[in-house]
Design a protein around this ligand. Structure first.
Ligand code: ATP
Ligand code: MG
Length: 239
């Protein structure tokens, strides 16, 4: 947690409701330039809602979301995306009747440093499968496609909701390596993921959310060593 780091994202006292249900009750967090931060918490804690509120898929009821210095809270999702915030949601939004390459080209922006060849270099499986329909892909390949398409959209902040959920261990390893490559290229990443092993392999810092508020923040080293916190908030860690 070096104070010298520039924040690309600053979330301040964010509140969100579904109808009368007050789900986010003042979430505050930051993501630095090129930093990988996780948001952890039990089922129903408000992780996906936080991601959606940042990306504009849910309209926050109060609070601030500052991205590269500008307040984006309440902007429509497409305008937030244009600024460089890309959410890869849990259900990956792959078009089943389009080919892999057509799915990727939907994300294309001419000025993006990430063009088709770059995506195929990181995800060789997508190159092999480029003429296949999106519906013919395995779950892991669909996830790679969703991440690849988001990259073509030139994200400065990539937001991932449970990218390896339900995937086989070898595929999980592949995706972890790919995320490391993307991070090394300087893209900031905000990650929600239940697989703690994946989280500690990738992250610089972690937040834990409980009932719509952040209850804990730690650097990766401290988090790994803190079995009590993992047990208290996540129900794991009593090794
Ligand atoms: N569209 C919705 N309408 C009403 N309530 C919702 C909606 N989406 C989520 N909720 C409720 O809001 C709370 C937070 O949900 P959210 O999806 O943000 O949790 P989460 O931390 O992502 O959980 P999970 O680990 O199960 O993905 C939960 O109580 C959930 O039931
Ligand atoms: Mg969720």
């Amino acid at each position: 947690m070096s104070g010298a780091r520039n924040n690309i994202l600053e979330v301040e006292k964010l509140h969100a409701h579904y109808g009368k249900s007050h789900v986010l009750q003042g979430v505050s967090m930051t993501v630095g330039e090129a930093e990988l931060v996780t948001l952890l918490g039990r089922n129903g804690a408000g992780k996906s809602t936080t991601l959606k509120s940042i990306a504009g898929a849910v309209t926050p009821t109060s609070g601030r979301v500052r991205f590269q210095g500008a307040d984006i809270a309440g902007m429509p999702a497409h305008r937030i995306a244009t600024r460089g915030v890309c959410l890869v949601p849990e259900h990956r939004g792959i078009f089943k009747l389009l080919t892999v390459e057509e799915n990727l080209l939907l994300g294309l922006r001419r000025q993006s440093p990430w063009q088709l060849d770059d995506i195929y270099r990181i995800f060789p499986r997508l190159k092999e499968r480029r003429r296949n329909g999106g519906g013919q892909l395995s779950g892991g390949e669909q996830q790679m496609l969703a991440i690849g398409r988001a990259l073509m959209n030139h994200p400065r902040l990539l937001i991932l909701d449970e990218p390896v959920e339900g995937l086989a261990p070898v595929i999980v390893e592949e995706i972890v390596a790919q995320l490391k490559t993307i991070k090394a290229a300087g893209v900031a990443i905000l990650l929600v993921e239940q697989n703690l092993e994946v989280c500690v392999q990738l992250a610089d810092r972690h937040y834990i959310v409980e009932q719509g508020v952040i209850v804990h923040e730690a650097g990766n080293e401290a988090f790994m060593a803190d079995h009590e916190v993992k047990d208290r908030y996540l129900g794991v860690g009593l090794a």
